[in-house]
Design a protein around this ligand. Structure first.
Ligand code: GAL
Length: 377
């Protein structure tokens, strides 16, 4: 039987397609991003980098995230880092920040490390990492942020310090005169009186001397190179936006409270067309809820809330995920919104939902569900 060259080509192509399809079921290779599927690194290991961020440095993408154990009771190893030339093929670079065995250290193994974010400081030439830190054995009580620094994107990062934010300093948009004098935290939850006291900074004042709480967080570097730390404060009731020092290693003391009592977590920020846009979640722990979109002309506000930016299947539950980070592609007017689909029974098994950001005729960002897409132009 004579088999033509074309037929052979067709058989080879079909074979490649089949292999491609079986890879699609479990991997993120082949230049495609498949939100919610298991993503593997080049060695075939499942990527373990949750609640993190992606930066572009020295011609490569670096993805930092929370290392998570298979079982909730097992400790985290620290912050993992992967590198990629194309956002789909990832090589494990090791632990960018390692939890230490040293007893009593802020990042002693057994602590909780969440939402690590890395920014590059052009003045100092250093990579600066901030993350949410809970001290070993203290649940979510300490509500601290922590900072670490490195000369190279893959690290290892050196731990600098952890603590609450801006101790003893009033926010720019709350004066001592108008602040709540109410120290009665036992006030009935969610009564209009309680809500009014929250707005007047009942918890800001409670934490004034010791510093403001900082849990879910992100970082943002503006066009003028100023850095900002955006975090859920005041028992997760109110977001704060705090300016970082020129070296990004500390806070300047300038900060604002936004949406007091709004219960915003998981902030992710981007800037486009001179406007700031932020996606957040509500506060339902690991369970998904409806995302929120906010916008402002200036980073310190006034911020305005807009409708849910998600569209498509499960849009009312953020595609069953929670916002985490928005990445601007280097040198392009394109952004990727990154969400985590948490699996609280095995946080290691949580999935990544990366989706392109679209813009409507007014320039308002929105995110549509896609089973598969390519980050290439
Ligand atoms: C979520 C938060 C996560 C983690 C979790 C713990 O609301 O976004 O980062 O802190 O709560 O229950």
């Amino acid at each position: 039987m004579k088999i033509g060259f074309r037929k052979i080509l067709a058989v080879v192509a079909a074979g490649m397609l089949l292999t491609g399809q079986s890879m699609a079921a479990e991997s993120n290779e082949c230049g495609k991003i498949r939100p919610g599927e298991i993503w593997k690194d080049v060695k075939g290991d499942t990527i373990n980098a949750h609640g993190g961020c992606v930066i572009f440095a020295d011609g490569k993408y670096y993805w930092y995230g929370e290392h998570r154990a298979a079982v909730r009771s097992l400790p985290q190893e620290g912050v993992t880092v992967y590198s990629s030339p194309d956002l789909t093929t990832w090589t494990y670079e090791g632990l960018a920040l390692r939890a230490t065995e040293e007893k009593g250290h802020d990042i002693e193994r057994g602590c909780i490390i969440e939402r690590p974010k890395v920014i590059y400081n052009a003045k100092t030439g250093k990579y600066v990492m901030w993350f949410h830190l809970e001290l070993k054995g203290q649940g979510y009580g300490p509500a601290r942020c922590a900072v670490a620094v490195s000369d190279t994107p893959a690290g290892p990062f050196t731990f600098v310090r952890s603590g609450r934010v801006n101790a003893g300093i009033m926010p720019d948009n709350l004066s001592k005169q108008e602040a709540s004098g109410c120290a009665d935290e036992k006030m009935e939850w969610w009564t209009p009186e309680w809500r009014a006291e929250i707005e007047r900074g009942m918890f800001t004042m409670r934490d004034l001397n010791g510093g403001q709480m900082s849990r879910d967080m992100t970082l943002f570097v503006d066009d003028d190179a100023k850095g900002y730390h955006i975090y859920s404060s005041e028992d997760n009731l109110t977001l704060h936006i705090a300016e970082l020092t020129d070296d990004y290693l500390g806070h300047t003391g300038k900060y604002v409270r936004i949406f007091p009592g709004g219960h915003n977590e998981a902030p992710a920020l981007m800037k486009r067309g001179g406007r700031y846009w932020m996606i957040t979640s509500g506060c339902t722990g690991w369970e998904p809820n409806e995302a929120r979109l906010m916008t402002a002309d200036r980073i310190m506000g006034e911020w305005k809330q807009l409708p849910n930016p998600c569209r498509g299947e499960n849009a009312d539950k953020t595609f069953l995920g929670q916002s985490n980070y928005i990445m601007k592609l280097p040198g392009e007017d394109r952004f990727i919104a990154m969400f985590d689909k948490w699996d609280p029974k095995s946080l290691m098994n949580s999935r990544y939902l990366w989706l392109p950001v679209d813009f409507d005729a007014e320039g308002v960002p929105y995110v549509s569900w896609k089973n598969e897409w390519s980050p290439r132009k």
